[in-house]
Design a protein around this ligand. Structure first.
Ligand code: PRP
Length: 183
């Protein structure tokens, strides 16, 4: 495999927080747990674009069940607040199905808290959350997390789906940014 010197030496990056191997091991572990828990259930993996896509792609290949996947996109309303606008809705109904939301990171929890409220109105059989990263120091809205990859410190992180202005999502690891980047 070619070396990753080009991305690792990006002047905005501070250090690698989670290596590709650590992430891969965690995806395998979580996938095995999900396989056990959802055996015999009608499972749909739901991902919020765009950050969760990379984790979903790796995680789903460790879930040894018949399942479907669906995608949503949202954007915050101008002026802030907890409400979000759905810019791309699910393609399929979730009534009576077991929904597992796959996220790259939960930070304040406001996005997911709002979204889960909207989705519960569609009467799924159950709705749970699986997140790779949990920045719990910044939590405002408490929400139950059934599957958690890693608790991380209150630092801005990029890579493995997480971006800065749209960049860095393709890094195969999670890295912190230099303090001066975020001011
Ligand atoms: C990230 C992440 C969650 C949200 C979590 O998405 O994927 O959806 O932020 O933040 P919260 O817990 O504070 O609400 P982002 O808005 O960065 O969009 P992206 O997935 O397109 O990168």
């Amino acid at each position: 495999m070619k070396s990753r010197t080009a991305v690792l030496s990006d002047p905005l990056l501070d250090r690698m927080l989670l290596s590709p191997d650590e992430i891969a091991d965690k995806a395998e572990e979580l996938g095995a747990a999900i396989t056990r828990d959802y055996d015999g259930r009608d499972l749909v993996l739901l991902t919020v674009l765009r950050g969760g896509l990379i984790f979903l792609a790796d995680l789903c290949r460790h879930i040894d069940l018949s399942l479907t996947m669906d995608f949503m996109a949202i954007s915050s309303y101008a002026g802030g607040g907890a409400a979000v606008r759905i810019t791309k809705d699910l393609d399929d109904a979730i009534e009576n199905r077991h929904v597992l939301i796959i996220e790259d990171i939960i930070d304040t929890g406001l996005t997911l808290n709002y979204l889960m409220g909207v989705l519960r109105q569609r009467r799924p059989a159950s709705i749970e959350v699986c997140t790779l990263l949990d920045k719990d120091a910044r939590r405002i809205a408490e929400l139950p997390i059934a599957y958690r990859g890693f608790r991380i410190p209150d630092r801005f992180v990029v890579g493995y789906g997480l971006d800065l202005g749209g960049r860095f999502r393709n890094l195969p690891f999670v890295a912190t940014l230099k303090d001066e980047v975020m001011g």
